[in-house]
Design a protein around this ligand. Sequence first.
Ligand SMILES: NC(=O)CC(=O)C(=O)O
Length: 308
Amino acid sequence: MASPFKAEDARIPPAIPLPTPPISKFKIALCQLYVTSDKDRNVAHARETIEEAARKGAQLILLPEIWNSPYSNDSFPVYAEEIDANKSPSTAMLSEVSRRLKITIIGGSIPERSGDRLYNTCCVFGTDGKLKTKHRKIHLFDIDIPGQMTFKESKTLTAGETPTIVDTDVGRIGIGICYDIRFQELATIYAARGAHLICYPGAFNMTTGPLHWELLQRARAADCQLYVATCSPARDSNSSYVAWGHSTLVGPFGEVIATTEHDEAIVISEIDYSLIEQIRTFLPFQRQRRGDLYQLVDVQRLNSTRTS
Ligand SMILES: NC(=O)CC(=O)C(=O)O
């Protein structure tokens, strides 16, 4: 039977052309922070580190997943903050520092309380200090590798319901949190919506980190031909959840541009969005998909075009 789809219908709705970013070259800082059980200390330390990164010329700052609290189901309810109700000391700090230093901050993630629910939430601040958007981790980290790594975020957290892509002074950025990186459909949808960069605050661990952390970042970047940036907490071997570290920037050819080991570090590196167009011209597979054989549907965009 003939396929009802044409080859060019690779995605429904079709891909948006890459938008022209406000600037195409700038410095990003990945702040791999050491996280303690003292929230005030974590917030003050994040502020100092952001200030240092900005002094070194970074215009975009990425923080780690769960940087104001230990990464544990026992801690999430205790450290959670109400973001929408303006009762969040962590995001108040991010708002103040982004406005004062005129930088864009992808604020890693913190446990968010909303009514009787908790989320793992990333807040994005623009150069005016305003909260531009927030992303609630869509795919919760529920795994069980016997004797090695068992974690069940769904014990305390609720999954987010929407992919998040945002226009900033440093380009169009898609957001995912940690386990979200394992779902290539999300990254592909961000690429189809014109993202230049996908930021994944993440805390992989000593079991999955060595095998998958870099592999997945490079795969997302090479599949989508865009930049991928990750930021992990620094490793604390005494913690109940030991993070892998290795915050990394990957370019649109799938190449590691900058990385670090597991200690505290600020990884500063240049992003040049003109490379995206160049790579897509050299290797034009974005335009060679066989939409007559397979499809990826962006449900959110499809619904919004149907209702508008
Ligand atoms: N912590 C996570 O959300 C994900 C992770 O560690 C993994 O996928 O591995």
